[in-house]
Design a protein around this ligand. Sequence first.
Ligand code: GLU
Length: 553
Amino acid sequence: MTDNFKLAELLFPQIKKTPEDYVAIYPARNLPEGARVTRFAPSPTGFLHFGNLFTCLVSYKTAKSTGGVFYVRVEDTDQKRKVEGAIEVMLKGLSVYGIVPDEGVIAEGEEKGDYAPYYQSQRKDIYQAFAKRLVEEGLAYPCFMSAEELDEIRAQQENESIKGIWGKWAKHRDLSFGEIESRINAGEAWTLRLKSPGTTEGKCFFDDVIKGKIEMPENVQDIVILKSDGIPTYHFAHAIDDHLMRTTHVVRGDEWIASTPIHLQLFKVLGFRPPKYAHVAPIMKEENGGKRKLSKRKDPEAAVTYYAEEGFPSESVNEYMLTLANSNFEDWRRMNQTEDIDKFPFNLKKMSVSGALFDMVKLTDVSKNVICKMPAKKVFDLSYEWAKEYNPALAALYELNPQRATAILNIDRENKKPRKDIAKWSDIPDYISYMFSETFTPNYELAGNATPALAARVLEKYIGIVNLADDKDAWFERIKALCPEVGCTPNVKEYKAEPEKFDGHVGDVSTVIRVALTGRTNTPDLFAITALLGENEVKARLEKALEYYKENA
Ligand code: GLU
């Protein structure tokens, strides 16, 4: 036995399976040409950042648009960061946006697929089998340097351009077998380091699917691949897992670009074909004329839970994320207004290289467009679900009469040009407040040519003639007929030609009625509102308004 083999046996006596065994257990996938295998690899912190959701969506779309596989692997090697129930929270968070893994961890503690286990904490033997092989090949070695020694090196390297353990700093690279053996027998702790084959002149090239061609210095650091507890570092686990799980495209945040030379080197020494990398730029936010990353600490919208709390429908957030992901999405949407979003030909190559800008106004706009196309029943159902959790008062209003509530939400909806008043469910309480005696707060402020004196005259007459049995035409005819009696014209053009001849026009008369009934100068269809308020409420509100204007004329 050569020293390398003896060393491998000394370090990993319990590891009996070989890399070949694992490659046989996890064979190449039988997928059609061009099908991509992608994954989402969260650490179980329980916090889903909007950027994670976005990257995850990109990863999911990459697989789904090619008939491939999208799986979830839980990167739980850092037991200190583990949060109970985190995976359930994260998977639920994803499923709201239609992201359901084909494979991997599909619920807390529940796995599906032939490449299990998908929890890194359960893959220790697999990593160690590959680590053992690297030792046998002289490509990895145990390092006994203490935390203090490493700190010292870090301090000494302050002015070095290449930091870390390499060259003269890699003190344990060439320890003899005998020395290693005696240190281990003495119970000294060790980490396993890669014996990096890189040189300072060497270059690393790769073609990132999003960022394009990238050239970086080759890795020269003897990075840690197994920590002292035998658990792999992210770098090593990434190489082993994405190889054995047959990932074709690693879609991840671009903070990993800096480590990609390490990863490519690991793939090489392990004899694996590297995956394609698609590094997603972070979502940015404008601030004081500059740009910064969307921040968990500073921006409530960085948390995916924010959208649920505010009541943005998942459809809206999905549409918005695609506008951020692919610049041609909006054109596609204009041309395919009613098409299912999954029909959009998502393309990784159309991702922004430098980071899309989060824009609340845009999200609001996108969401208004999504909601205005929903039938009233859907608006009712979704907003009722939301209200039960986040706004019990709205849920209670709905429960008074769900049919009436749906009819209210149907005003100016389900037609060619639906109104766009609602961007999120939390807009609804205010939007419909005047439709319920429980929440109506009068406000008699007028607009246009309407004055309190004119309002008093209009209401005096209108109270006598309003008839809830009218159809829309009859209702409007009645209002027009009322105009000359109060010094107004039913004809806006006529008013514009000779404004001095009139106190106002039919629009002003309508404003008076609108304000009396709703407390607002801008509402959806007044006829529908009148009908839904019902005779008693209409009369009562008109009377009260009349009283007010008489007193304040
Ligand atoms: N666990 C890593 C993270 O949360 C995953 C990165 C990757 O996708 O490879 O950042």
